[in-house]
Ligand binder design. Structure first.
Ligand code: C2O
Ligand code: CU
Ligand code: CU
Length: 485
């Protein structure tokens, strides 16, 4: 069993954190976490920056009507060349790793028929989606092997980077790890009018880690944060992306089970954050880092016209666990000639609506005991998940403030709420960074931290979960249910 301390150990010296000072106290816990390092037990038969970056295919509708797009997706075991010259068996959506990107826009309805050709039950959840319970891909609402299920998404919400992934209870962590994960990009007219980089300059970047054995098989062990030291971007290890000297919009999605990324460009120049989980930020925010815990998204614009053609720019990751030579690098941008660019990032993106007045306050504590892996100790408010139990009764239409605390002393957690996006009012009493200033659905909690979230429950009614999105933890039971009625 892992020493918990390792889950937050740094992969680099504390001094390397100087450049991220803007994020304030966020990193102090990490520094205190020490520099213990994991032994790499798996195979990494590939050197970083030797494999080309790829963009996942875009899912094509089988039928389009005036207001609806119909898609067919098959979940099946397929084999892929992930590490050069080898094959890896993966659980895929339509044979693609990660799954194909679904691109749609507000006002159009998406109908996805999911066929389960795997030998395990699955459940398809649209993370960040505003959908009725029957379409939410609940933990217990699974598709049996050989059966199919049709999900309908009204897309009645602002433009955002959403994420499709498996949610079959106790199995979601392994299924996502083995490949059931895909970007879902929702556009709208408001976003189009801004003139942001678009088309081939708007690129999903699905990040994750993995543990391969000598035969390139993907090894899955529950809560094994630290042997997963091969970093994959859109399913490729440490790829190189050839970019033109112009602006790109990158939709970063942390699809890891446990790994938190603190991303920074090799030259420490600021990244322009334009969006988070729930869509565009009020205004662009320049930050030298992008901090992403599992399930979180960051929508950033990078302007490569500021680099001389020939520049090689590494996207680094400043934290462990794992050896810096492996987990300290993510991908590389190789900058080409300048090309014409009429895209822009306006000073105002998405003005914030005033917050309604909350009438209910609640608190949630997340804690992991040493025996969590046995199924007894991954707790929210002292309880392990029970699908037969409603933990939180909510009155439809109400606005609430939730104080969510990570009472573990060494393990980070995060907190994801289905259906209702939230604003993060503060973390440990401090205002959050502007990169967290938009709507969110997942919030990071370092050991000992707490955050105040404000949520309004004015869309669908019914029973939805909230959980730690370090999904090895939710698979162990760090999950609760709210009933909105
Ligand atoms: Cu990303 Cu309960 O989901
Ligand atoms: Cu979700
Ligand atoms: Cu957790």
């Amino acid at each position: 069993m892992l020493t918990r301390r390792h889950a937050i150990s740094l992969g680099l010296s504390a001094g390397g954190l100087g450049a991220v000072g803007a994020a304030g106290g966020l990193f102090q816990t990490l520094v205190a976490g020490g520099t213990a390092q994991a032994a790499q037990t798996g195979a990494t038969p590939v050197a970083p920056f030797t494999v080309p970056f790829v963009t996942p295919p875009v899912l094509r509708p089988v039928l389009r009507t005036r207001d609806t797009d119909y898609y067919d997706v098959r979940m099946a075991l397929t084999s892929h060349e992930v590490l050069p010259g080898t094959r890896t068996d993966l659980m895929t959506y339509n044979g693609s790793f990660p799954g194909p990107t679904l691109r749609t826009r507000r006002g159009r309805t998406t109908v996805v028929r999911q066929v389960n050709a795997l030998d395990m039950p699955t459940s398809v959840h649209l993370h960040g989606g505003n959908n009725p319970v029957a379409m939410d891909g609940g933990m217990m609402d699974t598709i049996a092997p050989g059966r199919s299920r049709t999900y309908v998404y009204a897309n009645d919400q602002p433009a955002a980077t959403l994420w499709t992934h498996d949610h079959a209870h106790h199995m979601e962590s392994e299924h996502v790890y083995r490949g059931l994960s895909a970007a879902y990009l929702l556009a709208d007219d408001t976003e189009d009018a801004l003139g942001l980089p678009s088309g081939k300059y708007d690129v999903p970047v699905v990040l994750r880690d993995a543990h391969f054995d000598e035969n390139a098989a993907l090894l899955y062990t529950m809560d094994d944060a630290f042997n997963r030291t091969t970093i994959l971007v859109n399913g490729k290890p440490w790829p190189v992306m050839k970019v033109e000297g112009r602006k790109y919009r990158l939709r970063l999605i942390n699809s890891c089970n446990l790994r938190i990324f603190v991303l920074r460009l090799g030259d420490a120049s600021p990244m322009t954050h334009i969006g988070g989980d729930g869509g565009l930020l009020p205004a662009p925010a320049k930050m030298p880092v992008a901090v992403l815990s599992p399930g979180e998204r960051a929508d950033i614009v990078l302007d490569f016209s500021q680099y001389a053609p020939g520049t090689q720019l590494v996207l680094e990751n400043l934290i462990g666990p794992g050896p810096t030579e492996l987990v300290g690098k993510v991908m590389r941008f190789d900058v080409g000639e300048k090309t014409p660019d009429n895209s822009r990032v306006p000073d105002v993106l998405n003005p914030r609506a005033p917050l309604p007045t909350p009438t209910v306050e609640r608190s949630f504590t997340l804690k992991m005991d040493a025996d969590a892996a046995t199924g007894a100790g991954a707790l929210i408010n002292g309880k392990v998940f029970d699908p037969a139990r409603i933990d939180t009764e909510i009155t439809w239409g109400s606005t609430e403030v939730w104080t969510v605390s990570n009472t573990s002393t060494e393990i980070p957690h995060n907190f994801h709420v289905h259906l209702a996006p939230f604003r993060v009012l503060e973390r440990d009493g401090q205002p959050v960074a502007p990169t967290e200033g938009g709507l969110k659905d997942t919030v990071l909690l370092w050991p000992g931290q707490s955050a105040k979230l404000q949520l309004t429950f004015d869309s669908h009614r019914g029973v939805y979960p909230y959980h730690c999105h370090m999904i090895d933890h939710s698979a162990m039971g760090m999950m609760g249910q709210m009933k909105i009625s």
